[in-house]
Ligand binder design. Structure first.
Ligand code: ZN
Length: 1026
């Protein structure tokens, strides 16, 4: 077992473990510009030897920092804690280096030579203070109908001061208990025509559209945009309101007049896409998650790692309670970093380990303030003053900043890693590299369907692509193989063997691993034996009639194997049926559609306790992540079978009625992505915060033994956890709010590392600031996860009610405290939340929450668990699928056609549309599709000739075919999961599947259209305001 490289971090010119995708060696020939803080080649940041410490320079010590230069907005807090310590921009001379314009505008530049690093970094820093694109928050647009507001002159703040004096109803924070609302909005008076958007039975959707009354259409693209906090429009007059109750049905509201998600996405891409986002400003709101932009870390974690529901926290708990906007961060600690951005630096302090605050244990970061000539530092989180260890001492410059500021990632960057010492290792021992164990269900159906052969054939090539440290020739990950049905078969694949050896364990009650030596091996060494094994497995079980399987013993065997090998790792389990064989964890069919929409519906989502719960704990303790590939042909109790994966940072893939011909490629793509993902093992994470607030709730594929430590057997680049914060004191507008997320994990090479992400937020006494700094996509991620957790414990209907209530409450609080007074018939939405209702409505129509007997219990449970681990990007796409018209494609253009709104009204009979939500993908063909398009794509003369059950486009040699296939593969590439392409013709039966993703329409499974929901929420808001 290699033990070197643990204390000494690899030089930066070499590969860094766990970084996925990062190609080592940023030579001069880099094809793409680097947007990292350090433009030069990556450098080591080893702490200097203590003997080289210089005497403090008297001139620098104790000098008070100069005031912040006046030309900079004093409210803009650069780099979080110590804005005044940045040099004024007009001081390039002190760095002996002229300002280089390519750094000012971040134009692509070849990385400079390493020896000039310090000067270049200074120059880059100067450049970053030039008026960058994102230094001030973009003005929001006032969207109002001029006719409705002939004299309105809204100010940019509105009567926001009222926020502190308001006497809004004191709602309970969303704790998912039975709702006790101060108002009775859910008991709509009988005289009101309005009904619950989720009535039962669901297929009788409310007849509301006809009673909608239109006063004036919203002019969404009115040319006279004014700066305002909110978006106002008139026209959503409700039944029962003065304008609408008795009047005759009037013109239907124009669907174009309600806020459009596709428009919001397009606008943000146009406004902020492609511009470098520099993270040096506290409380800065990043571009939308759908916008493509490069990021330069200058003291706060990139939004790829952390996004927040709002970037301006309310100062007091009362304000937070009043507005009901959840305060949460969505953290994706292992998020992939594009190749043109700098990967995380690894700081190595040798045996000393990372510098931490003595009191709160926060790690050295840009929020630590050095004082007393550099001899001590004050913690930005708990204010404790700490001594600087002698080896870490450095002088302060005339600004009061350490002179090595730009040489140390932990002083100047938002995200970086520390090499961890033995103190951070299990049993204080050097860790072994992780292992991947492939466990294949060889019961009758899997052999017969060809699945076993498919897996074995794929593994031969896939194992050549196990993730390895960049620069390493081969992966350090060990591999092992198990097959099973009612009994388990272990294989000795030691390289010295001519033939693999099989050992059978039939006593599954007390699982053990019958061999140690030769079970977990290096693939390259044992390649010949493994090939031999993979060739033999399909034949070995070809005549097996065994259809019963075990499941829990399989996972137990994996944990035992990792225990014996003293390593962490991942189990890849390929399984197809409910484990009914006599063994621990045996399951019975408990599916019962009659429970849907009753108080007992929650039991469908609850896993069977007992042995499964215990197994999750054992897996987490050992760092054993479980990935489950399911191939069910009927109910398999996903809620229970996926319990261990969903607590160990694993993924669950599900291929219903799997057929090699139509689903094989879909599955193999998932498997390849999964095996090659960048990942960390045996992880434990803590989120520290500055005084006044703290993390209270955690959502994700995680396990928690106590209230603060988030344990993950593994965490990969697609897994995100959502953390909710609560006040425990008053926050200060001046110092803001800081958070530090520290993740201790084992790299794929067996190194123990600490990954640190820091983020600073603003705090405000004005609720208008909070609403202005909200991020709808993050809010939705929070609501999706909290609702998916809530349905484990209470009726789905209650959870939906809470979601509607909270939507109405958040928006009414905005209206009451932040918006310009206006007629009650107008619905007013904060600019940053203007498409919030469409997402909330879509969430309530999602499979777990919709309460439809037409959806399979397993599919609902599967989606519920998937959502729990999703990042902001994934929930956004899931809840607002991308519907792209393909019939007017410009085959010569690189650009993708602009997506259209997810509504039937946007489809056209002669059109062709691609819809995808990260889980499913459809190519919809209108009945009147032009024959030449059909011919080009499918090589048939008309739609009538199309074969059903197609899952891929034929590879035809014409520009349209090539273009459409490249669009599809491009989208697949971007998503964490592969999607099976389903080709549906208009009016064919499978079209029903497609239509459930048109989230602006009334749902087939129950649930209101966007328009109806908006009107419903408006009515709730009005009730709250009266
Ligand atoms: Zn502290």
């Amino acid at each position: 077992m290699s033990q070197q490289g643990y204390v000494a971090a690899p030089p930066y010119s070499q590969a860094q473990p766990g970084m996925g995708g990062y190609q080592g060696g940023f030579g001069a020939g880099a094809a793409q510009p680097l947007y990292g803080h350090y433009g030069g080649p990556p450098q080591t940041f080893n702490g200097p030897p203590t003997g080289m410490m210089k005497a403090p320079a008297p001139a620098a010590a104790g000098m008070p920092p100069p005031a912040a230069p006046s030309q900079y907005n004093p409210n803009v807090q650069q780099n979080g804690a110590h804005p005044q310590r940045y040099p004024p921009p007009a001081a390039p001379a002190s760095y002996g280096q002229p300002v280089q314009s390519q750094y000012n505008n971040m134009a692509p530049a070849a990385p400079p030579p390493a020896q000039q690093l310090t000067n270049q970094m200074s120059t880059m820093n100067l450049g970053s203070y030039a008026s960058g694109p994102m230094q001030s928050p973009p003005p929001s647009n006032k969207l109002c109908c001029p006719a409705a507001f002939p004299t309105s002159t809204p100010s940019s703040n509105g009567p926001a001061d009222d926020a502190t004096r308001t006497t809004a109803p004191q709602w309970q924070a969303p704790q998912w208990q039975a709702p006790q609302w101060p108002h009775h909005q859910w008991e709509a008076p009988p005289c009101q025509a309005w009904v619950d958007p989720f009535p039962a039975p669901f297929l009788q959707a409310p007849e509301v559209s006809s009673s909608l009354v239109l006063d004036l259409l919203v002019q969404l693209d009115t040319p006279s945009k004014q700066v305002s906090l909110g978006e106002t429009w008139q026209g959503l007059t409700l039944p029962g309101s003065a304008g609408g109750l008795a009047g005759p049905p009037q013109k239907k509201l124009d669907p174009d007049s309600i806020p459009s998600t596709t428009q919001v996405i397009e606008d943000d891409q146009a406004k902020r896409g492609g511009q470098v986002y520099i993270t040096n400003i506290r409380g800065q709101v990043p571009p939308l998650v759908t916008t493509e932009f490069p990021i330069q870390d200058q003291g706060n974690a990139s939004p790829r790692f952390i996004r927040c529901t709002t970037y301006s926290l309310p100062c007091t708990a009362d304000l937070a309670k009043q507005c009901q906007v959840p305060l949460a961060a969505i953290i994706k600690p292992f998020a992939s970093v594009p190749k043109n951005e700098t990967p995380l630096y690894v700081v190595n302090h040798g045996e000393t380990g990372p510098i931490r605050c003595n009191r709160c244990k926060a790690y050295m970061c840009p929020y630590m303030q050095f004082i007393d000539g550099g001899r001590r530092f004050q913690c930005g989180f708990c204010n404790c003053v700490n001594e600087v260890p002698a080896f870490y001492f450095q002088h302060l410059d005339h600004m009061g900043r350490r002179v090595d500021f730009y040489e140390r990632p932990e002083l100047s960057l938002g995200s970086y890693e520390f090499a961890a010492t033995l103190d951070y290792c299990k049993n204080n021992k050097v860790q072994n590299p992780p292992a991947y164990l492939f466990m294949i269900d060889v019961s009758y159906n899997n052999v017969k369907s060809g699945l076993v052969k498919l897996i074995c054939d794929e593994l031969k090539t896939l194992l050549d692509n196990l993730p390895c440290e960049d620069g390493s020739e081969s992966s350090a990950i060990k591999v092992g193989f198990v097959t099973y049905n009612k009994v388990l078969h272990f294989y000795n694949v030691k390289s010295a063997l001519a033939q693999p050896q099989m050992m059978v364990v039939s006593d599954t009650a007390e699982m053990f691993v019958p061999l140690l030596d030769g079970f977990l091996v290096n693939y390259q060494d044992s390649r010949a034996v493994i090939y031999n094994l993979l060739d033999q497995i399909p034949d070995m079980f070809a005549d097996s009639n065994e259809s019963e399987t075990v499941f829990v013993p399989v996972i137990q065997a994996g944990v035992e194997a990792f225990k014996a090998a003293e390593c962490s790792g991942k189990l890849f389990i390929f399984h197809s049926s409910m484990p009914t064989a006599e063994a621990p964890g045996k399951l019975k069919n408990r599916d019962d559609k009659k429970l849907v929409n009753t108080d007992k519906e929650k039991t469908l989502f609850q896993p069977q306790k007992g042995v499964y719960e215990q197994l999750s704990k054992e897996c987490v303790a050992q760092g054993c992540c479980v990935d489950l590939f399911l191939f069910p042909s009927q109910y398999v109790d996903v809620a229970t079978m996926a319990d261990v994966p969903s607590h160990t940072g694993g993924s669950v893939y599900k291929y219903n009625n799997f057929q090699v011909e139509t689903d094989g490629e879909h599955f193999l793509t998932d498997l390849r992505k999964d095996v090659q993902k960048s990942i960390g093992f045996d992880a434990i994470m803590r989120v520290r915060t500055s005084t006044g607030f703290r993390a209270t709730e955690f959502f994700g594929a995680i396990h928690m033994n106590n209230t603060t430590d988030i344990e993950m057997a593994a965490v990969d680049c697609d897994k995100a956890l959502t953390v909710e914060f609560k006040h425990d004191d008053t926050l200060s507008e001046e110092t803001g709010a800081l958070m530090q997320c520290a993740l201790l994990y084992t790299t794929i090479n067996g190194q123990r590392r600490l990954r640190i992400h820091n983020l600073s937020l603003n705090c405000s006494l004005q609720l208008s600031e909070l609403y202005k700094s909200c991020e709808t996509d993050s809010l939705i991620n929070f609501f999706a996860k909290s609702a998916c957790r809530a349905i484990l414990n209470q009726p789905v209907k209650n959870v939906r009610e809470i979601l509607v209530n909270q939507t109405a409450h958040m928006l009414s609080c905005y209206r009451k405290n932040c918006a310009t007074p206006s007629a009650a018939s107008q619905l007013i939405l904060p600019d940053a939340m203007k498409v919030f209702p469409v997402y909330m409505n879509s969430l309530m129509k999602s499979a777990p929450l919709v309460g439809s007997t037409e959806l399979s219990t397993d599919d609902r449970a599967h989606q519920r668990l998937s959502i729990m681990a999703m990042g902001v990007e994934d929930t956004q796409l899931l809840l607002y699928p991308r519907l792209t018209p393909l019939h007017n494609l410009d085959v010569g253009s690189e650009a993708l056609p602009a997506p259209v709104r997810c509504s039937e009204e946007r489809l056209s009979e002669s059109g062709m549309f691609l819809l995808e939500n990260g889980q499913s993908m459809f190519l919809w063909l209108g009945l009147g599709s032009p024959p030449d398009i059909v011919q080009s794509l499918f090589n048939v003369p008309s739609l009538a000739h199309l074969q059903g059950n197609m899952s891929a486009l034929p590879e035809l040699d014409n520009p349209l075919s090539a273009k459409v296939r490249s669009i599809i593969s491009g989208l697949m590439e971007k998503r964490p999961n592969s999607m099976k392409l389903q080709i549906v013709r208009q009016k064919d039966k499978p079209e029903m599947l497609f239509r459930q993703f048109l989230v602006e329409d009334k749902s087939l499974h129950g649930g209101a259209s966007y328009m109806d929901f908006l009107c419903y929420v408006h009515r709730e808001i009005r009730l709250l305001l009266t």
